[in-house]
Design a protein around this ligand. Sequence first.
Ligand code: ZNH
Length: 145
Amino acid sequence: VWTDFERTTIQDIFSKIDYAVVGQAAFSRCLIVYPWTQRYFGGFGNLYNAAAITSNPRVASHGKVIMEALEKAVKDMNNIKATYAELSALHSEKLQVDPDNFMLLGHCLTIVVASQLGKAFTPEVHAAFQKFLAVVVSSLRKQYY
Ligand code: ZNH
């Protein structure tokens, strides 16, 4: 259950950010800070060091894909589990991504959003964003067994 504050805060964050910029920054940060996450992206070419990761066009486009998937959750905040049912099955069965990695990306996204919002990223806003990420992550975990 979402409070009005949480709903408006999440919608507000997503309306203010540029998906391409934030997606690229958050996803490349995840690959650099948690290097084991690189193993799922063998097809993305050169991920040899931080400079290669941040300039890799496939990393940039995948960052945007992730943000667009998050937008679907924002647009229907009461049905995030249903929205992500297929995506969860894909990550579990086909991609075989360790679900612990989902929140690691979430932390990177938090840092990027915080740096973009500056002072507006108050502890209350952070709490709402963290709760949103927790629901996203648990929904993505749903089809794992
Ligand atoms: Zn993921 C893919 C989302 C996280 C890994 N993904 C993907 C997609 C999407 C997503 C939408 C596309 C699909 C299709 O195509 O159909 N993710 C997502 C989200 C999140 C994520 C929302 C959170 C938040 N992922 C993740 C992580 C990882 C991953 C953390 C690892 C580490 N993904 C992945 C892979 C893929 C994907 C590997 C595939 C790629 C390619 O393209 O190949």
